[in-house]
Write a new protein. Structure first.
Length: 610
């Protein structure tokens, strides 16, 4: 996608807000756009650019302040996919801890950015005259309907309760058209009705023959897939199935990339992506690499010299992946920094002061194969794990003079027969985690060994650095952490339809869609789902099977919190991490972000009660 800087249309969207979501301007509005139709191309492209550009907020510019970065962090840090190895000065930390308030910078910035882009879309829609036949004007108008729907939907996801909790709950400020004389919170139902109407209009206006450019521009197919998401969230199961089937056609698998790495490495051009925020090297040069979302999830050299690398894949997600260790979503997208083959066990020990779990590592014996370097520290040449695989599903080891056995969990908390999880033979039956990769320890001149060496394989507190590569493998980029951010793709339509089938009790059809994704992930034979093996894998309800597949496919892409709470499932964060160890009820009022003080102090709209 060609870079069109957002300053092209900044006169009418960056002036600030009467109410945070709007500020009137006579500089460039729908009337002046209508007088110069070519300008709508630049203003529409400006919205795309605005999603990745840093913008001024509260009198300054921060690397935190891009729509794309906050979209992924705000949607993901509330859930159960991320291990936080330490506290942070980044605003995401208060969001991750559910300690955010109406003045939190990340949620406040995101609200502002969304409404600026909604105002731009409204002005473009008002300015563009529809033609009788497919045309660039219709395509542009359709894109703006899509964008307006998308921003309203993500605002509802973050600042309002799910649709499944009731249509009459407070939604967000609904901005349809260019009359902003009043500001009020619409109901969730009113918001979803408007979102659906916008997407249907986008689908009507856009045509495959008029699509502009690469995947950095939205298309009719993207609108159809997003509409299937809306119907899924509305629990309109058959509508979700119908629109997903329409976009997928007779051969859904034909829309998928053969390799998951190609999906992410070539997001702006591959066949599976229907819309992405196309971040090019030209964009990155104007920022810092550490402003990219990948910098939070990865650090190629493990030292924070490139990327912060402070958010890791959480143990429950790793356990899910490890059930089928050949799954390419695990082997190709997740790595233990400096990891080496060998058994490694960890478990959580309660930090009474902070209410979190820190890891206690079972350290392997270390054998130095050669003289090695005299630097302090230096890596070990040869490792021998002290953990014994007993061949019956149990693992023995000795720590601090005490003999332990990690054994399959056959208690009421058992995960499944295929992969029950492990517990220790202590009085508490402590949950523990077995990995077949060990962090690389270091040997010091003193002769002592350690894993807990800051900025290498393990962070302070004992958290192994399982990095996510999804956002750091862009093909041809000069930057290790660059990627185009996938927002809508065909695989979502497949799994939206799978979940709708599952809710209707059409289990065989749900399994067929799930297996399309599992096959692409390199799984076959017994690793595929069947009606016969579901129960043994812990799935009494086919919906749970689909939700696990969605977790594997979309981890770190911003779906998990909404997938849990809209299905009325609690958020279980009882795993080693610096966040508080707790189960957050799906209906907890603290899940929804606060309406920003910048908004409520001016417009007086109701806040989200806590």
């Amino acid at each position: 996608m060609k870079k069109i800087f957002s300053f092209i249309f900044l006169p009418f969207v960056l002036a600030g807000c009467v109410n945070l979501d709007y500020f009137p301007s006579d500089t460039l509005n729908s009337e002046s756009l209508a007088a110069n139709p070519a300008a709508t191309v630049y203003t529409t492209d400006g919205i795309y650019s605005m999603m990745k550009d840093m913008q001024e907020f509260r009198g300054g510019i921060s690397l935190n302040n891009t729509f794309a970065r906050q979209y992924f962090l705000l949607n993901e840090v509330r859930a159960d996919n991320i291990c936080f190895s330490w506290t942070s000065t980044d605003p995401f930390w208060t969001s991750a801890q559910y300690m955010d308030d109406a003045n939190s910078a990340d949620a406040s910035y995101f609200w502002m950015a969304c409404y600026k882009m909604i105002y731009a879309a409204n002005s473009n829609i008002a300015a563009l005259e529809e033609t009788e036949n497919p045309s660039e004007k219709n395509q542009l108008k359709g894109e703006n309907y899509f964008l307006r729907a998308f921003f309203h939907l993500v605002l509802c996801n973050l600042y309002a309760k799910p649709y499944s909790f009731g249509r009459d709950n407070p939604g967000v400020v609904l901005r349809i058209g260019t009359d902003y004389s009043t500001t009020k919170r619409a109901t969730v139902g009113e918001c979803y009705d408007a979102i659906e109407a916008d997407l249907l209009e986008a689908i009507r206006l856009m045509d495959p023959s008029t699509k502009r450019g690469d995947n950095g521009y939205v298309s009719k197919g993207a609108a159809q897939t997003l509409l299937s998401r809306v119907y899924l969230y509305e629990e309109e199961w058959q509508k979700c199935i119908d629109v997903a089937t329409e976009v997928l056609g007779a051969d859904p698998a034909s829309h998928l990339e053969a390799e998951v790495t190609d999906l992410y490495a070539k997001a702006s051009t591959n066949k599976e992506v229907q819309w992405c925020i196309d971040v090019t090297d030209a964009d990155v040069v104007n920022w810092s690499v550490k402003g990219l979302i990948a910098s939070m999830y990865d650090s190629p050299n493990g030292t924070q010299g490139i990327g912060w690398g402070e958010l890791y894949v959480a143990d429950p997600l790793l356990d899910l992946m490890q059930r089928f260790p050949n799954d390419k979503r695990f082997t190709d997208l997740v790595r233990l920094h400096l990891g080496v083959d060998g058994l490694f066990l960890t478990w959580g020990e309660t930090d009474e002061v902070n209410g979190c779990l820190t890891n206690v590592n079972v350290y392997p014996d270390v054998v130095l194969a050669g003289a090695g370097s005299k630097e302090d520290p230096y890596t070990i040449d040869k490792l021998v794990s002290t953990i014994t695989d007993n061949g019956d599903g149990t693992y023995s080891f000795t720590k601090d003079g005490k003999d332990y056995v990690a054994m399959p969990d056959n208690t009421a908390t058992k995960v499944c027969d295929d992969f029950p999880g492990l517990i220790l033979n202590d009085a508490a039956h402590t949950r523990c985690y077995l990995r077949h990769k060990m962090p690389t320890p270091f040997l010091f001149k003193s002769g002592s060994t350690m894993f807990e060496y800051n900025l290498y394989s393990v962070r302070p507190g004992g958290y192994p650095t399982w990095f996510c590569n999804k956002f750091s493998i862009r093909e041809g980029s000069a930057y290790d952490l660059n990627a185009s951010y996938i927002m809508v793709r065909y695989s979502e339509a497949i799994l939206n339809r799978a979940e709708a089938y599952a809710h209707l009790g059409r289990t065989a059809e749900a399994i067929a869609d799930v297996n399309i994704m599992r096959t692409r992930a390199g799984l076959s034979g017994d690793a595929l789902m069947t009606t016969a093996n579901m129960a043994g894998r812990g799935y009494a309800d086919p919906v749970d099977m689909v939700l696990d597949e969605r977790r594997l496919e979309f981890f770190y892409e911003g779906f998990r919190t909404m997938d849990l709470i809209r299905n009325k499932k609690d958020i279980d964060r009882r795993f080693p991490s610096r966040t508080k160890t707790e189960v957050i009820p799906y209906d907890s009022p603290k899940i929804q972000y606060q309406i920003p003080l910048d908004e409520t102090s001016v417009s007086g709209i109701p806040i989200n009660e806590r």
